[in-house]
Ligand binder design. Structure first.
Ligand code: MN
Length: 296
């Protein structure tokens, strides 16, 4: 996306389902609010819904990503080659869907299963995941699709919990279209120093998720967002920023259980999405003002 810091929203805020009607509604609503792009789920490339998504994105001029978390039987860190192959095939398919809808990135927990692990990742597991991501990135390169590695908290993966771990993993793939995806909700749990973590990831940051500590309305949790936006500016990050939030009113199992969403943090996704668009715009502007005054 050419615009500086295009703003996006996760589809599950605007629709409970990703069928023809749900997808059309979410895309048109995101556009109406003012967003530049929407994060969409990994629908198969030849699914009729993918065609409708592509048409509705073209009609609205909205950009898109495909966001996902791999299942246990698709785990790229698994010692079982069949499990790893299933994960790789699923990622390749997500890249094809992304290209078909005109999207720019496949991101999320693309490098391990999206689950709580009971032991650390082994060296062999990490090496296997690096190899999977490298091959998927090679497939994505000529299609103009980037692969994001979302750094998440310890309860959702055992592999990439910090920006420093993600940077090392990214470099190990040797692929320029593999990017780090940071998320304020997870960083708030795992990073010792927010500004330092963002500067460490530096120009390998390709995507940023903003979410509050309780995953509800921005500013209704305990995260102070100003340091995140100032550090992103300091790191020279001009890429996409997207709002992610989950409420038990909108999601079902297995996502509800993996994310441990036991409470309603909101009921009206349209109101939430409009609010977060204003908050994100204000945070980007505040950081630019602070930066300009500091330099003056
Ligand atoms: Mn996230």
């Amino acid at each position: 996306m050419k615009k500086i810091n295009p703003l996006g929203v996760h589809w599950l805020i605007l629709s409970k389902t990703w069928d023809a009607d749900g997808a059309r509604h979410a895309i048109r609503e995101a556009k109406r609010i003012g967003y530049d792009f929407i994060e969409t789920p990994p629908c198969p490339p030849d699914d009729p819904v993918t065609r409708i998504v592509a048409e509705t994105l073209a009609e609205t001029g909205l950009g898109a990503t495909v966001c996902l978390g791999l299942a246990a039987d698709q785990d790229p860190t698994s010692p079982d080659p069949e499990v790893r192959a299933r994960g790789e095939a699923f990622l390749i398919e997500a890249v094809d869907t992304c290209a078909r809808i005109g999207g720019f990135m496949v991101s999320g927990i693309t490098y391990s299963a999206f689950q709580k692990y009971l032991a650390p990742c082994s060296d062999q597991g990490r090496a296997a995941a690096v190899a999977v991501i490298r091959r998927v990135a090679e497939h994505a390169l000529p299609l103009g699709v980037e692969i994001g590695l979302e750094v998440v908290n310890r309860y959702e993966t055992n592999l990439l919990n910090t920006a420093a771990q993600a940077l090392a993993f990214c470099e190990a793939t040797g692929m320029a279209n593999v990017k780090i995806h940071l998320d304020s909700y997870h960083m708030n749990i795992e990073e010792a120093d927010i500004g330092q973590a963002i500067l460490t990831a530096g120009d390998r940051i390709g995507f940023f998720h903003i979410g509050d500590s309780n995953r509800g309305y921005l500013g209704a949790g305990n995260i102070d967002f100003a340091p995140y936006f100032r550090a992103l500016l300091q790191a020279g990050f001009t890429g996409p920023i997207s709002f992610e939030s989950f409420s038990s009113t909108m999601i079902d199992q297995p996502l509800l259980g993996i994310l441990a969403i036991w409470r309603d943090t909101w009921e009206d996704g349209g109101d939430l999405a409009a609010h977060s668009f204003q908050v994100m715009q204000a945070l980007v502007k505040s950081a630019r003002e602070a930066h300009a005054r500091a330099a003056a």
